[in-house]
Design a protein around this ligand. Structure first.
Ligand code: AMP
Ligand code: MN
Ligand code: MN
Ligand code: MN
Length: 329
């Protein structure tokens, strides 16, 4: 790391220290909303660790539900001195070419092609991060087309359900040019807030968009095993994203990981901000049992998530093979 780069890193860590106090974030991917805590003494056990790998293989741009353009994410990743970096937007490959081109102009940043595909396993929505695949391979292109169609169909269903639940004009909006090309639940939440129909994004998720709520529509997503095949066909690696967040019993979580491994999945995302130690311990054991590698990612979306920053992920445990050691690039 150059002096300039470590200077940038200190600044970023400084922001972290300032963000400090115990912060709770509920992510209702499955409305399981497992709280993630940012400890008072710093958000990140990576700080000072010899295994701080300068890796972030999971974040979002404006191409899906993030709030920053690809160029800003590349700038931040470079400023943070990251070595391996991937932008993994939901169900789209838009932005990948731009990210690669911009990263090529930096000194040390290795850009890894990435995506976060939506899928189902036993009726549960799961997210699979595809890494280091060929975005131009027919399997990738077919997958992107299929997911775009699924997301758009789902968006209309979500809108209709919201309209039937007392909101107005949501279907008109989602069919209009004002709506994003790939509408996700966060876009609905922001639209309801912007039109004064609900108080906050968080409230929208808690009452209408989280799992089991009116706007939770997941019937359009492909099976997990099929998505794993898409990524492998295009030469990539598949990571089970945030395995701690799915609303599952311990037994079902083990079954999910077993089925993921059986279907050829490559890694569990275990180096993530704020994962409780006992959860991490379980996931590390599952990695070892099933011969899976580990991945690292912030799942950064925007600066309102002030308890995390791009590139701020804990180190991977020593007994886990880092997924980036398996990259072809
Ligand atoms: P979708 O991809 O349309 O199914 O929407 C899922 C996305 O919603 C996740 O990737 C998060 O970015 C976002 N999300 C989930 N729970 C919450 C929440 N409680 N508040 C804000 N955003 C959330
Ligand atoms: Mn998201
Ligand atoms: Mn996700
Ligand atoms: Mn994500």
């Amino acid at each position: 790391m150059t002096d300039e780069k470590s200077g940038s890193m200190s600044r970023i860590l400084g922001v972290f220290a300032a963000a400090g106090s115990m912060t709770q974030y509920s992510d209702s991917l499955n409305s399981d909303a497992e709280a993630v805590y940012c400890p008072d003494d710093g958000p990140c056990d990576a700080v000072g660790s010899s295994r701080y790998e300068r890796v972030d293989l999971h974040c979002h741009s404006l191409c899906s539900d993030g709030s920053l353009p690809v160029s800003e994410l590349i700038n931040r990743a470079a400023a943070a001195g990251l070595k391996w970096f991937s932008i993994t937007d939901h169900d789209t490959l838009q932005g990948q070419e731009e990210a690669r081109a911009l990263a090529a102009q930096t000194d040390d940043l290795h850009y890894v092609t990435g995506v976060e595909w939506s899928a189902v396993w036993n009726g549960v929505l799961v997210h699979l991060v595809g890494l280091d695949f060929d975005p131009n391979h027919p399997a990738s292109q077919t997958a992107a087309t299929r997911q775009l169609r699924a997301r758009r169909k789902r968006a209309v269903r979500i809108a209709q359900k919201l309209d039937r639940n007392g909101f107005s004009g949501v279907e008109d909006w989602v069919r209009s040019e004002d709506a994003p090309e790939l509408p996700g639940r966060p876009h609905f939440a922001r639209h309801l807030v912007a039109t004064g129909q609900i108080g906050s994004v968080d409230q929208a998720f808690r009452r209408f968009l989280g799992a089991g709520k009116a706007g939770d529509v997941k019937s359009h997503w492909p099976e997990m095993a099929e998505v794993i095949d898409w990524v492998h066909a295009a030469g990539g690696q598949v990571v089970l994203a945030h395995p701690q967040r799915y609303k599952l019993t311990g037994r079902k979580r083990r079954q999910l990981v077993a089925d993921f491994a059986e279907a050829g999945g490559d890694a569990l995302e275990i180096a993530v901000p704020g994962m409780p130690p006992n959860t991490k311990q379980l996931l590390v054991e599952l990695c070892v049992d099933h011969g899976l590698a580990g991945s690292s990612g912030s799942d950064f979306h925007d600066d309102s998530q002030h308890w995390l920053a791009l590139g701020q992920v804990p180190a991977l445990p020593r007994n886990i093979q880092p997924i980036w050691e398996k990259f072809a690039i």
